[in-house]
Design a protein around this ligand. Structure first.
Ligand SMILES: NC(=O)c1ccc[n+]([C@@H]2O[C@H](COP(=O)([O-])OP(=O)(O)OC[C@H]3O[C@@H](n4cnc5c(N)ncnc54)[C@H](O)[C@@H]3O)[C@@H](O)[C@H]2O)c1
Ligand SMILES: [Zn+2]
Length: 357
């Protein structure tokens, strides 16, 4: 059973990657706990609730639902849910189990962070993206009208329980969206993982259990290591944003409706690869290898009608802009990236143009 330690200044916890771990969830919950509040969505519960409910037999618990969907990732549903929790007997000894994709992990995690000034949460991610990314690292929050994830808190979970078998019901597009974040993990820090993805795309795309379990475990290990040495947004954690500066611009430009997060990151990684090459950081050979590997897992929806000028303007306004300068994560080789600022606008525009073709 691969188990990875996430050590932050607040506390340390395990991210466990194990098939069927949700059947045995009871073993991973603290013995001395009050009522357990499972927070999910009706959709996730329909697909995967039965298995979790069986795992919780004999433990006092309630299941509550969030609406789901990026447009519902807001404060209002959380306030409603907090009231529901109180009505059903929640108190300071209660605990949250966040059971769903990244939206549920972020929202339920944030609710746990602020409910009665903070109660524990166990993260049980059910999408590939959430298993390798959103559920690990303690970032929680919701969107504002003004932008994504603008209200939130760091709230590290008691544990992250990652059960690859829940992915069997995940739609193909969602699955591939998560795969792009795994390719990202390979590019930024894990050359062997990248190699594996480049060579075994068929097994990975067919969700062969050994392949799925392996790439999840490697990505979780990577994220656990990065978060452990750098809980907040320091230089190391910043490498996780490879492809995201461009990707966020694409998501915003298309109002978060046309591309899934991982798909936007796929496009963003292509732009980042072009920029890495244009600035002399990355060899043509490595650039081609990355672009070809991304293609194996594509395509993403068409990029028709997108304006390079608009994307560039979005990018300059990205919230990760530090003191007026945009910081780019550029690839140096497969398995290594570097943070660079002060890049000529002309080159950034050129990279966007190339990625739009
Ligand atoms: N906190 C972080 O560090 C972090 C990192 C990355 C992303 N995020 C956040 O994650 C969110 C995106 O997460 P997501 O991509 O998981 O989207 P999501 O939570 O919307 O889930 C995607 C879809 O998959 C369905 N689904 C979930 N599990 C399923 C299963 N096992 N079987 C069938 N269907 C299932 C959901 O109902 C939903 O329709 C964004 O809001 C993003 O901001 C947070
Ligand atoms: Zn991401």
């Amino acid at each position: 059973m691969p188990s990875f330690r996430v050590a932050t200044p607040d506390h340390s916890y395990s991210a466990i990657v194990e098939r069927d771990v949700i059947r045995h969830i009871a073993q991973h919950l603290p013995k001395q706990t009050g009522k357990v509040f499972v927070i999910s969505t009706e959709e996730v519960w329909r697909y995967q609730g039965e298995v979790l409910a069986r795992g919780l037999e004999g433990i006092a618990h309630e299941v509550l639902y969030l609406p789901g969907g990026e447009d519902q990732k807001r404060m209002a549903p959380l306030e409603k849910l907090a009231d529901e929790m109180v009505q059903r007997g929640a108190d300071r000894t209660s605990m949250v189990v966040a059971f769903g994709g990244g939206i549920v992990n972020d929202m339920a995690g944030f609710l746990a962070a602020i409910f009665m000034r903070g109660i524990p949460v166990v993260q049980v991610p059910t999408t590939l993206l959430a298993q390798v990314d959103a559920a690990i690292g303690g970032k929680t929050g919701v969107n504002l009208v003004s932008g994504k994830n603008l209200v939130g808190s760091f709230h590290q979970p008691l544990a992250v329980l990652i059960d690859p078998s829940v992915l069997e019901t995940l739609p193909d597009r969602e699955y591939r969206s998560g795969l792009y974040e795994i390719i990202k993990a390979g590019i930024i820090r894990e050359p062997e993982l990248f190699e594996y993805l480049a060579r075994h795309s068929e097994d990975v795309l067919n969700r062969k259990p050994e392949a799925v379990d392996r790439i999840i475990a490697e990505s979780v290990r990577m994220k656990a290591e990065v978060v452990s040495s750098d809980e907040r947004e320091g230089d190391l954690r910043r490498i996780l944003n490879f492809g995201h500066t461009f990707g966020h611009a694409l998501e915003a430009e298309t109002s978060y409706t046309r591309f899934l997060h991982g798909e936007a990151v796929e496009w963003g990684m292509r732009a980042a690869v072009y920029l890495s090459q244009l600035t002399g950081h990355l060899s043509a050979e490595d650039a081609v290898e990355i672009l070809e590997t991304l293609q194996l897992y594509g395509p993403i929806p068409p990029l028709d009608g997108l304006s390079a000028a608009n994307l560039f303007a979005r990018l300059v306004h990205d919230k990760k802009t530090v003191r007026g300068k945009v910081h780019f994560i550029l690839a140096v080789k497969i398995g290594e990236v570097t943070v660079v600022s002060g890049i000529d606008d002309r080159l950034v525009r050129e990279a966007i143009d190339s990625a739009l073709v």
